[in-house]
Ligand binder design. Structure first.
Ligand code: AMP
Length: 290
């Protein structure tokens, strides 16, 4: 496994690999890797590709009062884990390499980027799409893997790829959870023991909504009430949003009539966590994946 710090070198290596006939798969991450990230790597490997994992804590997707400074960093153990998985390349540029002083450009997917996560975190998605487009251009992979854990990010990246006619397939991968249901996240490392325990309520809230939908509920108001009541069972949890939106446009719906997402964001103590469930129409019924 080769660790690459410079953009020029990453471009050169990727170009050489492509001309030698390799199919490149990219897995963009911010490091502090866990099973969620590893599942993306395996999914890329299953497609028979040479895998590039990028590790870059992207300053441009953090707001001024967010956790950029304290975001968990574990580069050595991340690389050891990726090496044992058989990853081919780790691309780990510095912020200065990615954003030299004269850097001026950003990419914004209009409409999708200012709601839900974007409402709570202005400029977050602009930072994400800008770095993802740079990574796509540097590596020029055939495909890139993203987790459904960050459902809005995934949708926005898909839209960017369509709008800009990028020749990259976006592969979406299921949410990986711990046995008690909590979605794996690098930010779970911030949780104190009591908060870690309380955080499982996000999963339980989604799961209760799932059961209600499977029992025939189609109205959004009682579903969201159930989610909020469940989240309210834990004093340490403060809801930011709980909404059901149409999957493609991320606009709220009143009734389940199409593929939707149930999205939640909450503070657990002072740690902000997000989670979601997919609500897929199957004929007259809906299948919910939490
Ligand atoms: P991050 O390092 O948090 O920016 O995440 C990098 C990629 O891993 C993104 O595509 C995430 O959606 C994905 N990811 C993070 N956590 C999970 C998880 N629990 N299950 C599946 N994918 C995940």
């Amino acid at each position: 496994m080769e660790i690459i710090r410079s953009i020029v070198r990453m471009k050169r290596i990727a170009q050489r690999a492509r001309s030698d006939g390799a199919v490149l798969g990219l897995v963009p991450t911010m490091g502090a890797l866990h099973e969620g990230h590893f599942s993306l790597v395996r999914s890329a490997q299953d497609r028979g590709s040479s895998v590039v994992v990028s590790i870059f804590v992207n300053p441009r997707q953090f707001g001024p009062n967010e956790d950029l400074e304290k975001y968990p960093r574990s580069f050595e153990s991340d690389c050891a884990a990726l090496e044992s998985l058989g990853v081919d390349y780790v691309f780990a540029p510095t912020p200065e390499e990615m954003y030299p002083e004269e850097f001026r450009t950003s990419v914004q997917v209009e409409g999708l980027s200012n709601k839900l996560e974007g409402r709570s975190r202005p400029d977050h998605f602009r930072g994400v799409t800008t770095v993802v487009l740079k990574l796509f251009e540097i590596v020029q992979p055939s495909f890139a893997c993203f987790g459904r854990k960050d459902a809005q990010q995934l949708r926005i990246v898909e839209q960017m790829v369509a709008d800009l006619n990028l020749s990259i397939t976006i592969v979406s991968c299921p949410i990986v959870r711990s046995p008690d249901g909590l979605a794996l996240s690098s930010r779970n490392a911030y949780l104190l023991a009591q908060e870690r325990q309380a955080a499982t309520v996000l999963y339980r809230a989604l799961d209760r909504a799932r059961r209600k939908i499977e029992a025939g509920e189609r109205n959004v108001v009682p579903l969201i009430r159930e989610v909020r009541e469940t989240l309210a069972e834990k004093d340490l949890v403060t809801v930011d949003y709980a909404e059901i939106v149409a999957e493609r446009i991320f606009e709220p719906v009143e009734q389940l009539k199409e593929n939707c997402l149930l999205l939640v964001a909450a503070l657990v103590g002072s740690t902000r966590l997000i989670d979601n469930a997919r609500i897929e129409q199957r004929g007259d019924s809906f299948e919910v994946t939490v």
